[in-house]
Design a protein. Structure first.
Length: 452
C-alpha cells in the first residue's frame, strides 16, 4: 500500500492544495489510506491484484505490476493473472465510452498481461521505453491512431542513435552493464521486449534489412514513404510456404504464409574481383562482369485463423499477387487436404503445389539447420520497424522455440530448408569457390593438330 499512502500524502499536502485544492479535497469522514473519498464525490480505492476491488467499477483503472518477478515464468500463476483480468477486471468500468485503463509494468514474459493485452485488444496504445534505444524496434504502437486525423498525435521517442540512454543521469552505461549480464532480464525488464529463456535460435539481428544503400546497389530508386515496398528488388523466382491449421476452433492454432523471392545482389566494390589490363598509361583494373550473389527476400507474410475455404482463397490470391512459382505445404493431416484441394481448384494457375515431408527433423532441428543462411547474410527483409508483417516474422522467429506461437517459424524453416536442399541458396563458401574457379587463369589448350 506504499503508493496509496504516497497518493494520500500528495493530495493533502500544502503544495497540492495550493494548486488544485479548489477542485480536490479529501472528505474527513473517509480518508483511509487504501480508500478515500473526495468532497466532490470521487473515490480512490487501492488493493492488491485480485483483491477487494474486483467487485467495484470505476472511471479510471490503473494496474501496476500485476505479475511478481519470481512467479512470471510459472504458467499456472501467469494464467491465473490473465483469467482474473479477462473474467473480472476487464469489465469493471463505469461507462465503456469514456472510461480509461492504464497498465504499468515491466515485461517479464512474452505471455504476461501486457503481451496478452497487446495480442488480443486493439484499443490499447502501447508505449515502450527501453533503457537503451534500438532503432529497429518501435517504441510506440497506436492501433487506433492510424487514420490521418490522429497520425500526428502519436508520441515518438526523441532518441536517434542506437544505445542512447533513457535516463543517463541515473543509469549510466557502466551501471547498465551490470544488468546486461543476465540477457533474459535485460531484454524484458530493461528493454521491454521479453525473449523467453532458451529462445533466440534465429536471432533478430541476423536478418539483413533492406535499405536505400542496398537498393541503389541494385539500380533502384529509393522511395522514402513509410512502409513502402516499392523499393524491393525484382525477383526471378518466388516461393510461398504455408503452415496450416485445420481447425480454427483449436486454441492458439493459426495458419501462416510466408512469401520469398530470389534476387541478385551485386557485390560490394571491396569484395569484387578485377581483371588487370596493361596499357601505355599503366595498369588498369576492370570489374569482372556478372559478380552478384543470389539472396532471398521476405516479400510478404501473415498468420490468421481461417476457415478451410477462406484459407484456400487467401493463399491462392497471394500466390497470384506475388507471381509464386511453387507453393510448399507440409504433408500433415490438414496439409494433405489443402494440397488436394489447391491442385483441384487451381490446377490451371501458374503456381504448382508441392507436398513437403519434414522427415524425422523436429521444429527445433529444422530451425538450427538454416542458421547458416542467416549468419551468411543470405536472408533479407523489409525494415521491420516500418512494416508490421515484417516485424511480426522477425519477432516470432527471435522468440522460438519458447514463444507463444510458432506457426510463422514453421513456414519460414519449411521454405528455407527446401531452398537449401534444392541448391537454390548457396553458402558463402560455395559461392566464393565458384567465383574463384571462374576467374582462374587457364593455360591455352594445345591444338589438336600440330601446325593448325
Amino acid at each position: 500500500m506504499d503508493n496509496a499512502t504516497l497518493a494520500h500524502r500528495l493530495v493533502v499536502s500544502e503544495w497540492y492544495q495550493k494548486r488544485w485544492g479548489h477542485r480536490v479535497k479529501i472528505a474527513r469522514d473517509q480518508e483511509a489510506k487504501e480508500k478515500f473519498d473526495t468532497t466532490a464525490g470521487g473515490t480512490r480505492i487501492s488493493a492488491s491484484f485480485g483483491g477487494s476491488v474486483l467487485g467495484r467499477g470505476g472511471d479510471i483503472k490503473i494496474l501496476d505490476d500485476p505479475h511478481k518477478v519470481d512467479e512470471a515464468e510459472s504458467e499456472v500463476t501467469r494464467q491465473s493473472v490473465l483469467r482474473t483480468y479477462d473474467g473480472t477486471l476487464k469489465s469493471r468500468i463505469t461507462d465503456p465510452r469514456t472510461s480509461a485503463e492504464v497498465i504499468i509494468m515491466q515485461r517479464l514474459h512474452e505471455d504476461d498481461l501486457a503481451g496478452h493485452v497487446i495480442n488480443n485488444d486493439e484499443d490499447f496504445v502501447v508505449l515502450r521505453l527501453p533503457a537503451e534505444f534500438e532503432s529497429n524496434r518501435s517504441c510506440v504502437t497506436v492501433p487506433l491512431l492510424h487514420t490521418e486525423e490522429f497520425a500526428d498525435k502519436a508520441w515518438e521517442d526523441p532518441r536517434q542513435d542506437d544505445g542512447e540512454l533513457l535516463w543517463p543521469q541515473r543509469f549510466t552505461k557502466e551501471k547498465l552493464a551490470e544488468f546486461k549480464r543476465n540477457p533474459f532480464e535485460w531484454a524484458g525488464q530493461w528493454q521491454q521486449m521479453p525473449v523467453p529463456r532458451g529462445g533466440s535460435i534465429l536471432k533478430a539481428d541476423w536478418w539483413q534489412y533492406w535499405d536505400a544503400e542496398t537498393a541503389n546497389r541494385c539500380g533502384l530508386e529509393w522511395n522514402e514513404e513509410k512502409g513502402a515496398t516499392k523499393n524491393l528488388p525484382p525477383c526471378d523466382f518466388v516461393v510461398a510456404s504455408l503452415d496450416t491449421a485445420y481447425d480454427i476452433k483449436k486454441e492458439n492454432d493459426y495458419s501462416a504464409l510466408t512469401v520469398w523471392g530470389s534476387f541478385l545482389l551485386p557485390l560490394d566494390p571491396e569484395h569484387m574481383k578485377y581483371a588487370i589490363t596493361f596499357t601505355p598509361q599503366g595498369k588498369v583494373q576492370t570489374p569482372i562482369p556478372g559478380q552478384a550473389v543470389r539472396r532471398w527476400m521476405l516479400l510478404y507474410a501473415w498468420q490468421s485463423k481461417l476457415e478451410f475455404h477462406d484459407l484456400l482463397e487467401r493463399v491462392a490470391k497471394d500466390c497470384k499477387r506475388y507471381h509464386v512459382s511453387q507453393l510448399l505445404v507440409e504433408a500433415k493431416a490438414s496439409g494433405k487436404s489443402i494440397v488436394q484441394e489447391m491442385r483441384r481448384a487451381y490446377a490451371r494457375n501458374e503456381f504448382s503445389v508441392i507436398e513437403i515431408n519434414p522427415g524425422n527433423l523436429d521444429k527445433v532441428a529444422r530451425a538450427h539447420s538454416i542458421v547458416h543462411m542467416f549468419t551468411d547474410k543470405m536472408i533479407w527483409v523489409p525494415n521491420p520497424n516500418q512494416i508490421d508483417w515484417a516485424y511480426m516474422v522477425v519477432d516470432e522467429c527471435s522468440k522460438f522455440p519458447k514463444g507463444t506461437h510458432d506457426d510463422v517459424v514453421d513456414s519460414v524453416t519449411q521454405a528455407l530448408n527446401w531452398l537449401r536442399l534444392h541448391g537454390l541458396a548457396d553458402r558463402k563458401e560455395e559461392y566464393a569457390a565458384e567465383l574463384e574457379e571462374t576467374t582462374k587463369y587457364r593455360k591455352r589448350p594445345e591444338p589438336l593438330y600440330p601446325g593448325s
